[in-house]
Write a protein of this length. Structure first.
Length: 615
């Protein structure tokens, strides 16, 4: 397939950039040295067109478009950086070329601030001679940071003022008026630039454009500010590192290199020699993509695990009526959140309560008890319409949870002298198996163990409970023995038994252990795709816990493009590989990584930035 001189030169440069050490494996140098195959340097209009295209492409790849008419540095912006409302201190941040000009207005006849040194000043109303009546705030602490080594890349001025609402309003109202001349006798001092309040997230946007923060780091900052539990805070901080962003960029460049090899197969003429055949080149690309898919899969899984830390873990209480679900909910949250009654069917709808358990945000759902029975519309012993709907919702909630606590119970059966028996409803077992098949974590809590204390004093109780544990594992074999616990919602067991710890606390510690297992980061070893020939920074697996939902969705899209590439390249051995489509799938996958970091070339990048910065 013949191509233009310009395209040939562009592909050669792509290969040189991406594979400088292995170019001999792709294009035979002796063939490139032949005069009839060596492209001559473009001249005249061809050269001007070529250089303009290269420059535009490079700029388009490395920068993010700004909104129409927006030019960074032309305006000075300001905003209250601390929370509104009465406080001891309020911080007003100003960024832009007029920081010194604003300072001269607010602090007339005072020397300029020493950069990065805190200085106490009295602030006055602009355009009015200083007097006690024109004071905005006394003993304000000012900090000046000259560009370019600032958060925004511009001059930065911070005003640490007293946090009274009236003081804050007065200072914020005075700042926009500082755009005028310093005095009527010096009209040339007037800088024709605008001072305006900052838009939501605009300071962070400036930091992004100044390469102070990457888009994943900005998302991590947003998550840090909104974190309400200790585990959410830890997950957010893990996403603030630069290793994962750098790895995204490295993977993007790997895909561009593979795309260059595919494009070379398409566009270089057939009479050019390759040290590797087309099948070998495609095989190299396939190996790279398969390895990359394993790493992407690990990052996606870690993003899901990190989401549990940030958004909370959904827990469902599943059991038969009167198994003690509502009592357990009340013990977990430490208050009477659900009605407790000996009457069956007291709970009809889902009662959901959020609680902080050892730093984990947990949403516990108490639901209707599961049981089978004939329909009853007359108030008999059957299952009524309302209860049937409650059972349906209970199953739905359980199968949508991250963890299910299966409530079994020890009940009195037969004569009062008989030993209480373990009761685990078949309907509960069936739903639990469905949850296990979906990969939902399961913990079994056997309630009312206090009923056995009189029948089995001392160590005999432990032996009897072990028999119950064996019986549960016979119907739920995938549940480990460590996750089958015996509790009493009435509190601690009598000290005469071998179990004296508060059984609820034992359950909570077990839940915390399971939560830790659910949120421990994976690496690509866990996906079976580790390749020592392409090692990565091990810190990215910890940082990937901070990957946001937006990043995960783009990784899902990238994974689809990589799979499409493998499908397109699969027919190479039979001569039916679609290299053109394979190269296009690689381009789309590389673009996904660019959109994650905010450096993409697609038109929706600005829309993505707007959504992120407004949070």
């Amino acid at each position: 397939m013949k191509i233009s001189l310009l395209r040939r030169q562009v592909f050669a440069n792509t290969l040189l950039r991406c594979f400088p050490s292995s170019l001999n494996c792709i294009i035979h140098r002796s063939e490139l040295a032949r005069a009839k195959h060596r492209p001559s340097r473009p001249t005249g209009s061809q050269w001007r067109r070529y250089t303009s295209i290269r420059g535009a492409a490079a700029a388009h790849q490395e920068t993010v478009r700004l909104p129409e008419g927006a030019e960074i540095g032309e305006e000075t912006i300001f905003a209250l950086s601390t929370a509104p409302g009465p406080a001891a201190i309020a911080i007003v941040r100003i960024s832009g070329p007029l920081c010194e000009h604003i300072y001269n207005h607010l602090c007339p006849d005072k020397p300029l601030l020493k950069p990065r040194h805190a200085t106490v000043r009295t602030l006055y109303s602009p355009h009015i001679p200083p007097s006690p009546d024109t004071i905005l705030d006394t003993s304000a602490l000012l900090l000046y940071f000259p560009s370019p080594n600032t958060f925004t890349g511009q001059d930065l001025l911070e005003l640490h003022i007293h946090g009274g609402p009236a003081t804050v309003r007065a200072v914020l109202s005075a700042i926009p008026t500082c755009s005028g001349p310093l005095s009527p006798t010096h009209p040339t001092n007037y800088p024709r630039r605008k001072i305006r309040p900052a838009d939501p997230g605009e300071f962070t946007r400036l930091a992004f454009h100044a390469d102070r923060l990457s888009l994943p780091q900005i998302e991590s900052l947003s998550a840090t500010l909104s974190a309400s539990t200790e585990r959410a805070r830890r997950a957010a901080i893990r996403g603030s590192g630069a290793s994962l962003t750098a790895q995204y960029e490295a993977w993007r460049k790997d895909l561009i290199g593979a795309m260059g090899m595919c494009e070379a197969l398409i566009d270089f003429s057939e009479d050019q020699a390759f040290e590797e055949g087309p099948s070998d080149l495609v095989a190299r690309c396939v190996e790279l993509v398969e390895d990359l898919r394993g790493k992407v899969t690990a990052v996606k899984e870690n993003a899901t695990r990190g989401e549990l830390m940030r958004e909370g873990i959904s827990v469902a209480l599943l059991g038969k009526p009167n198994a003690g679900k509502s009592s357990l909910l009340n013990r977990i949250v430490g208050r009477e959140a659900a009605i407790v009654s000996s009457e069956e069917g007291t709970t009809r709808d889902v009662v959901e309560v959020s609680v902080d358990l050892e730093g984990w945000l947990v949403r516990v759902g108490d639901m209707a008890g599961l049981r089978k029975g004939e329909a009853s519309n007359s108030g008999g012993s059957g299952v009524g319409v309302v209860e049937r709907e409650g059972i349906r919702r209970a199953k739905e909630r359980a199968l949508a949870s991250d963890l299910v606590i299966v409530m079994a119970s020890i009940e009195d059966v037969g004569d009062i002298t008989d030993i209480p028996k373990l009761v685990l409803d078949p309907e509960v077992v069936e739903t639990t198996r469905e949850a296990l098949n979906k990969g939902i974590e399961v913990v079994v809590a056997v309630n009312k163990v206090d009923k056995l204390c009189k029948s089995f004093p001392g160590d005999n109780l432990e032996q009897y409970l072990e028999g119950f544990r064996t019986g549960i594992r016979s119907v739920l074999p995938t549940v480990s023995s460590e996750r089958i616990l015996f509790i009493s919602c009435k509190g601690e067991l009598p000290s005469a038994t071998s179990t004296t710890q508060d059984t609820i606390q034992v359950l909570l510690r077990t839940l915390s252990t399971v939560f830790t297992e659910m949120t421990t980061p994976l690496d690509s070893n866990a996906t079976g795709a580790w390749n020592d020939a392409r090692p990565v920074d091990k810190s990215i697996w910890q940082e990937s816990l901070g990957a946001t939902t937006r990043q995960k969705l783009l990784l899902d899209e990238c994974d689809l493009h990589l799979q499409d590439f493998l499908d397109s390249a699969d027919g190479e051995t039979t001569g039916e590989a679609d290299i053109v489509m394979a190269a296009e799938h690689l381009r789309s996958a590389a673009e996904c990584f660019a959109r994650i970091t905010g450096r993409g070339s697609s038109g929706d990048v600005e829309e993505i930035l707007g959504v992120v910065f407004e949070k």
